[in-house]
Design a protein around this ligand. Structure first.
Ligand code: AMP
Ligand code: MG
Length: 337
């Protein structure tokens, strides 16, 4: 991979010059890391096959994994899809801009590299003002996966994005810490049914509430282990792995797990009471735990922790999204169940 000079854009919303430079990189086939409310994204012109190919190179990601296309409003749906039905439009109206990606029939204008060869494309309207400003300044639909190197945790701060992508992209925009901190909900909408391919901050309960009369369910991930084709290709890959060994912790003693001096405990307020650990981080709510989850895993690595004991939460609402990431980070290692 060719080393790139990376420009840091630290005043993006106030500086017309920074917006113009970022837009110019994108129009000429370059790569720009943009903040979104979910995680930082690695953006390129979704209509340019070479630019899209360079995303896969920068990430070190298999090229059959489809990318999400980011647009600024539903007005751009026609340029990137072959049409959105009534239910999809209702979901966009209710939850966009925001952390919801809908899988829709793709426009023939999109290169096959964006969709990993699929006939569908994931579309999202992000709410972070810098992401919207970047889409508008460039006048382009932006293909963007999370801005981490493949298999590593998604960056949720400017500092994490720099560690992942310095030297691999043309610019990185500072948009502060991501408010949601977990990747978007990905859902496939068909007549009368919605299947959630990846849980996120737009929850199953919220989608049910928005579409009375529709069957709303999570995709069956266990089908993957039985060798059935993945409903969402990203489900096949190892994700969100820090260097430390992560355990999904349902409570109870942790004595035999790791060494005291390199053991971290993270979870909801009070979870670490009576537990002997060198690094403790407690959060006031599932929202805060989710928002800080990836950043905390990365902090544990930086602090030299070798074991991370991460408290499980109830699998409802946003908890379903956090547990999905925690299960992947722990690669099935669980404690207290
Ligand atoms: P990331 O880009 O890292 O946020 O991951 C994007 C996620 O959306 C992956 O899990 C993809 O598999 C999923 N995705 C994107 N486009 C599609 C699509 N057309 N059909 C199914 N899943 C998709
Ligand atoms: Mg990702």
């Amino acid at each position: 991979m060719r080393e790139r000079d990376t420009l840091y854009l630290t005043d993006f919303l106030r500086s017309a010059d920074e917006r113009a430079r970022a837009a110019e990189f994108l129009r000429s086939g370059g790569l720009v890391v943009m903040p979104t409310e979910t995680v930082y994204g690695l953006a390129a012109n979704a209509l340019d096959p070479l630019a899209v190919a360079s995303i896969y190179v920068a990430k070190g990601r298999p090229s059959d994994n489809p990318l999400i296309v980011h647009i600024a409003s539903v007005d751009a749906l026609e340029s990137v899809t072959a049409g959105a039905g009534e239910a999809a439009r209702r979901l966009f109206a209710r939850f966009s801009p925001g952390p919801l990606t809908l899988v829709l029939p793709r426009s023939p204008r999109l290169p096959a590299t964006v969709t990993g060869g699929l006939e569908t494309v994931g579309i999202r309207i992000p709410s972070h003002p810098a992401a919207l400003a970047l889409i508008e300044a460039s006048g382009l639909p932006l293909a963007a996966p999370s801005a981490n190197r493949s298999g590593r945790v998604s960056p949720t701060s400017f500092a994490m994005a720099r560690v992942e992508m310095a030297g691999r992209v043309d610019a990185i925009i500072d948009g502060g810490d991501c408010a949601v901190g977990l990747e978007s909900t990905v859902a496939r909408v068909t007549d009368g049914a919605v299947v959630i391919l990846r849980p996120g901050a737009v929850t199953l309960e919220m989608i049910r509430d928005a579409l009375p009369g529709h069957a709303v369910s999570f995709a069956d991930e266990s089908a993957l282990s039985r060798g059935i084709a993945a409903p969402s290709p990203g489900m096949r890959y190892a994700h969100y792995r820090p260097d430390a060994a992560v355990y999904c912790w349902h409570g109870g003693p942790v004595d035999g797990i790791g060494e005291r001096g390199t053991r971290a405990v993270i979870g909801l307020a009070g979870c670490a009471a009576g537990v002997d650990a060198a690094f403790v981080r407690e959060f006031e709510s599932v929202e805060e735990y989710s928002a800080r989850f990836f950043a905390t895993l990365s902090e544990c690595d930086a602090a030299g922790m070798e074991t991370i004991i991460a408290q499980a939460v109830r699998e409802e609402g946003l908890g379903a999204a956090l547990m999905n990431r925690l299960r992947r980070a722990s690669a099935g290692k669980s404690l207290g169940l």
